[in-house]
Write a protein that binds this ligand. Structure first.
Ligand SMILES: Nc1ncnc2c1ncn2[C@@H]1O[C@H](COP(=O)(O)OP(=O)(O)OP(=O)(O)O)[C@@H](O)[C@H]1O
Ligand SMILES: [Cu+]
Ligand SMILES: [Mg+2]
Length: 718
């Protein structure tokens, strides 16, 4: 495909094929994504549908193998053709330049100019350029026309052939208007543009290549009591993998033996190494530190975290941003419209009595009108933007999310696990009417079945001092607490509201203590045993080091920040004060989190929700942009549009910055592309544009667009 109208035509052909439900063709990645009913159609039918329009379709599985080589081959071929064309065209251009120098009659200069302007010499030089190096334009144009449409190759071919044919006719008829050098120069310049474009396009996928290169090549596994080295593809789930100090971890798994600090920065962007010991999860492509590790392989091949990240980034790069619809609509009607303008131009000038001017002007219209810059404006920026994000640990699921993020003016932050580390520890334990040890034992036994971080904190504390028994029954009340039977006693543990709902009333003194602890920013849970208040358990969670700075940065970007939590208001306000958030929504039950986001949206805000927990998932899906903390639960990551691989909140302003920068690039690109066509076409039609300059400008425009998008790679996100 050479321009936006090609992509539009392939897309239409696929959309019309029976059994196809949804289709997206991307010019920059040269990929088509099709959702179809396998009962009604298949690879081959789709392939035929595309081939009928004059293009080709290669199944995805085959592109993986040869994709990179094909691209390199294309770049090499274009370079070769450009150099040959340039060498042949140069004498004609030199002749043109020299003719501007005043030369006296009979001088050497004059004879050189004469020689270089000899129509026979020009015919001989330009013939191979037109039909040799330029042959592919004819092939592509023919295929497009045969498929019943037109693309930019048709414009190039029509323009240059008209100029060339007219020159030959002039030779036969004894005239002296020759345009051999014009058509040769246009072809040379377009080849140069295509060469640059193909090269630059290769660089837009650099992020993917970088990710792929992270993969380990081989792994050391233990089989039948022996250690042997195998290619990483041969590692099976359940294999025991041995990693020596300083080695790359080959696949995802769980540590069985050993202790080490692992550098996970390549995947998470988090620079501090993470301590690993028996039971810790390890991820393929990360780098082992000083210890030796032995781990069990849990996920291999396409299931590993790295493989999924690559897949996600690839999908995102190929997806469309809504803003592209404008360009697509224009591109679809562009070529026929330009042909019409060219015809009108020619006849207009002819009627005005200047057929020669009509011809050159029509050629200039055909050449300047190429919509290739238009087709590349959005997809190249989306490609580079999502790639840049992946490098910084910001995984964006699609172009639309990258686009939506730039409008965000309110960010809702979950408290536990998002602003704080989400690893609370028990700080205070006050027992009423029983020993502290007994209270802790009951609480921990009751919480044993809970996956809530608060429950885990209590169990952790109890493990330090003694055993934790199993509960006879366990029931969680989301957003309020738990109810359990332990050693034949009814245990109720959670918020004030939970106890009140069950008709348990606490003494004023106990409530006072609770309030006091909460004002310190601790989360306080009350426990009732068999209907009487028995203990208060306070836990504290540490605020992430960067949370306050992230809030400040967001403010400076004119983005409002709100904290939303299920925790009580006093605790929330105390934490809010630490990080600089005044607006706090506290005691929000899990089922109401989404409704709060909805309320904010209705007030006219474009809302980004940042969360980590299962209870955040509905809110993440409701928000205009859902951002999941990568260290959080899978459910949250599934529901979100963007995953922040590193736990720290500075990634939120970074994501917004990236989106703003990407949108700025897209708008610049679209403006440049539209501007250039809308100004260029009338100027050319009125005979004010030399066809050669038109060729140069058109080649430049797409190169400019691609380079402009590539400059996104250097954007500062911090
Ligand atoms: N397993 C549990 N054991 C004891 N109390 C609980 C438990 N689960 C919830 N609670 C009580 O319910 C409150 C709200 O819980 P919820 O899970 O909605 O929010 P959170 O995890 O405290 O905060 P955030 O919404 O910021 O993640 C907690 O503060 C706690 O008092
Ligand atoms: Cu073009
Ligand atoms: Mg939570």
């Amino acid at each position: 495909m050479s321009c936006a109208s090609c992509a539009a035509r392939v897309e239409r052909a696929l959309a019309k094929a029976p059994g196809v439900e949804k289709v997206n063709v991307n010019l920059a990645t040269e990929k088509a994504t099709v959702r179809f009913d396998p009962e009604k159609t298949g690879d081959e039918a789709l392939q035929r549908a595309v081939e009928r329009t004059g293009y080709g379709l290669v199944p995805w599985s085959e592109t993986e193998k040869g994709g990179e080589e094909r691209r390199e081959e294309e770049v090499r071929g274009l370079k070769r053709r450009f150099i040959l064309a340039a060498v042949l065209t140069a004498p004609m251009l030199i002749g043109m330049v020299l003719s501007f120098i005043p030369a006296s009659e009979g001088s050497v200069l004059q004879s050189i100019v004469h020689f270089l302007h000899n129509p026979y010499l020009q015919l001989v030089l330009s013939f191979p350029v037109q039909f040799g190096m330029g042959w592919s334009f004819y092939v592509h144009a023919y295929r497009a026309l045969r498929g019943g449409g037109a693309n930019m190759d048709v414009l190039v071919v029509m323009g240059t052939t008209a100029a060339y044919g007219y020159s030959i006719w002039q030779m036969i008829a004894g005239g002296h208007h020759f345009y051999f050098e014009a058509s040769a120069t246009i072809i040379t310049l377009i080849l140069l543009g295509r060469y640059f474009e193909a090269k630059a396009k290769g660089r837009t996928s650099a992020a993917i290549q970088k990710l792929m290169s992270l993969n380990a090549k081989s792994a050391r596994i233990e089989r039948d009591g022996r250690e042997l080295e195998v290619p990483v593809e041969e590692v099976r789930v359940g294999d025991v993998v041995v990693v020596r100090p300083g080695e790359k971890i080959p696949v995802d798994g769980t540590v069985l033996e050993g202790r080490s600090a692992v550098d996970e920065s390549m995947l998470t962007g988090e620079s501090l190494p993470v301590e690993k010991e028996s039971g810790s999860p390890v991820t393929g492509a990360t780098l082992n530190g000083n210890g030796a590790l032995k781990f069990r392989a849990d996920r291999v091949g396409t299931d590993t975290a790295l493989a999924q990240i690559i897949q996600l980034v690839e999908d995102a790069q190929g997806s469309k941003a809504p803003i592209q619809k404008i360009a697509d609509k224009v591109a679809a009607v562009f070529v026929p419209a330009v042909l019409a303008v060219a015809v009108i131009t020619f006849f207009g000038w002819l009627i005005a009595g200047d057929g020669v001017k009509g011809l050159t002007s029509a050629v200039a219209v055909l050449v300047i009108a190429c919509p290739c810059a238009l087709g590349l404006a959005t997809p190249t920026a989306i490609m580079v933007g999502t790639g840049r994000g992946a490098e910084a640990g910001i995984l964006i699921k699609g172009g639309e999310h990258l686009e939506n993020t730039h409008r965000v003016d309110a960010v809702v932050l979950d408290k536990t696990g998002t602003i704080t580390h989400g690893k609370p520890v028990v700080t205070d334990l006050l027992a009423y009417g029983m020993s502290e040890a007994e209270a802790l034992g009951l609480a921990a036994s009751a919480e044993k079945g809970s996956e809530h971080p608060l429950g885990e904190a209590i169990v952790m504390r109890a493990r330090e001092t003694g055993g934790v028994a199993d509960a006879e029954s366990f029931e969680a009340e989301p957003g309020r607490g738990i109810r359990a039977r332990v050693r034949d006693r009814e245990v109720l543990l959670g918020t004030r509201a939970l106890l009140e709902l069950e008709g348990v009333s606490m003494e004023a003194e106990m409530l006072g203590t609770m309030t006091k602890l909460e004002a310190e920013g601790k989360t306080v849970m009350a426990m009732a045993v068999d209907g009487t208040p028995a203990a208060l358990i306070a836990v504290a969670d540490t605020v992430k080091e960067t949370s306050a700075e992230a809030v400040k940065t967001l403010r400076s970007m004119a983005v409002g920040v709100v904290m939303m939590t299920g925790d009580n208001e006093r605790t929330a306000l105390a934490i809010g004060k630490k990080v600089g958030i005044e607006e706090v929504l506290a005691e929000v039950l899990p089922e109401n989190k989404a409704a709060e986001v909805e309320k904010l949206k209705r007030s006219g805000k474009v809302v980004a929700m940042v969360g980590d927990g299962i209870n955040d998932a509905p809110a993440l899906a409701t928000a205009d942009v859902g951002m999941a903390i990568g260290t959080g639960t899978d459910v949250a990551i599934q529901a979100a549009d963007i995953t922040l691989m590193r736990g720290d909140l500075m990634a939120v302003p970074a994501a917004i910055r990236l989106s703003r920068a990407t949108m700025r690039k897209i708008k610049q690109n679209l403006f440049w592309a539209f501007f250039y066509n809308t100004i260029g076409i009338p100027v050319a039609a009125f005979g004010l544009l030399n066809p050669v300059i038109a060729g140069g400008a058109m080649a430049l425009s797409s190169v400019c667009v691609v380079l402009n998008s590539l400059s996104l790679r250097a954007v500062h996100l911090e």
